[in-house]
Ligand binder design. Structure first.
Ligand code: SF4
Length: 434
């Protein structure tokens, strides 16, 4: 007998209940949310016509240079493009993947970021600009590594799992990774949700001060927030002394998270940027504290829209892994037999069986990712995104990507108008405004 059609219990929900009944616990997976939320595709640019002149690509350059964290740091982070590689741990990712990302960042004049579990030396060696994360777990935290970094990112929350800590399944807690984290091998790691030595924004201010002292006021201190209560959180982080605030939205990726958090917590990237921009403006720090957006950035168009909404830079995670061949059949891989789904439907980073060698520690699988050619692929992708960003910017008659502004955008849906606070196409109306 076939199932009766039900909107409340579609096949997907029935499968979910069956899985939980079999497992006796919540489901865990990698990748990103499966919710269909308002995103950058719901916005469009109003390029030039008679009201403005476009720039000529062959003779008028578009500046993509990006400076992050000049509020207090004597050496802010200087990038050739406003796109950098987000924090993803050695552990969640293979050493080859981390090294490839660091090398790709160096090839394109941008930065990569350590993630939970400490610094991988080969990523440090490959990258010119490395952001060093300080997480609640303190796994692998080493002040000698921290002082080599070009920026520090204090992680308060992550978009894929706000209000909880990192998660690394036991299948990946092996050898060097277990040693770096001071953990027994093969045991699931569930990192703490809160920093052990501070409770609130006053303590955060002291922590930022400590890190500044430890690094001689040289490098910027970022604070990364899972985008939830953006208005208050951004104000508190900025008032605590952050040089930059990272808002990581509900569509951000992960190597492993409880599915209930991936799909049912946080807010999308578009409103997160707008709320963060307004929060900084409210306290007079917009333009002083850098604003970085992450979560679902896939193309130069997404970057351009994020910048137009008010971000200074974006961080990419999943997109960089896709450039490394995530969800693609390559020589030697067999998605259906190895992971149980075809390439294109994989979200199985938590299993440690990544068929393309990215999110695995299995030596047989990690060999499938060559760090050199992987770096070239990611560098190509970063360059392509930057070219798309420049092209869009010039089509708007502007010669600097940081001149993009909300006025360049219109919304294709009522929801996007309300969330992005730009007019709905064909109207002068910003929906949701009082
Ligand atoms: S191909 Fe690898 S990195 Fe991509 S979703 Fe599957 S397991 Fe994760």
């Amino acid at each position: 007998m076939t199932n009766p059609k039900s909107y409340i219990f579609p096949q997907r929900t029935i499968d979910d209940i069956h899985a939980k009944a079999d497992l006796g616990r919540y489901r865990i997976r990698g990748f990103s949310t499966s919710q269909n939320v308002t995103h950058f595709d719901d916005l469009t640019f109003l390029s030039t016509g008679l009201t403005r002149f476009p720039l000529e690509g062959y003779k008028e350059r578009c500046n993509t240079k990006t400076i992050i964290g000049s509020r207090y740091a004597s050496t802010p982070l200087s990038l050739d493009t406003p796109i950098y590689i987000s924090g993803m741990s050695y552990g969640a990712l293979s050493a080859n993947a981390k090294t490839a990302l660091g090398r790709a960042a160096a090839m394109t004049g941008t930065a990569s970021c350590t993630g939970d579990g400490g610094m991988l030396q080969s990523e440090r060696d490959a990258s010119e600009k490395l952001i060093y994360q300080v997480l609640p777990s303190r796994y692998g935290l080493n002040p000698k590594h921290m002082v080599q970094a070009q920026a520090i990112e204090i992680v308060v929350g992550q978009g894929a799992k706000p209000g909880t800590g990192g998660m690394l399944m036991g299948v990946k807690v092996l050898d060097e990774i277990a040693e770096m984290r001071d953990l027994p091998q093969g045991i699931d790691q569930r990192s703490p949700a809160r920093h052990p030595d501070w409770l609130g924004p006053d303590d955060l201010a002291m922590k930022i001060e400590q890190l500044r002292e430890a690094t001689d006021w040289r490098i910027p201190i970022h604070v990364k927030l899972g985008a939830c209560r953006v208005d208050d959180d951004v104000k508190l982080a900025a008032k605590a002394g952050a040089d930059a605030v990272v808002v990581d939205s509900m569509v951000a990726g992960t190597g492993a998270s409880a599915e209930v958090l991936l799909d049912h917590s946080g807010i999308p990237t578009v409103p997160a940027i707008v709320m963060a921009r307004e929060a900084l403006r409210d306290i007079g720090l917009y333009g002083t504290v850098s604003l970085i957006a992450s979560g679902g950035i896939r193309s130069g168009a997404d970057v351009a829209k994020a910048l137009a909404l008010g971000a200074d830079a974006v961080a990419i995670g999943i997109a960089s892994l896709v450039a490394l061949n995530c969800n693609r059949e390559i020589e030697g891989s067999d998605f259906v037999n190895e992971i149980g789904v075809p390439a294109g439907e994989c979200s199985h980073c938590h299993t440690g069986k990544c068929p393309v060698g990215i999110t695995t520690q299995d030596p047989k699988l990690t060999k499938r990712l060559d760090p050199k050619s992987g770096a070239e692929r990611v560098a190509n992708f970063l360059n392509a995104m930057t070219m798309e960003l420049s092209l869009l910017t010039r089509s708007l008659g502007k010669g600097n990507v940081h001149s993009l502004e909300p006025e360049d955008l219109a919304a294709l849906t009522l929801e996007a108008s309300a969330m992005a606070r730009v007019p709905l196409v064909g109207t002068n109306k910003v929906f949701g405004e009082l």
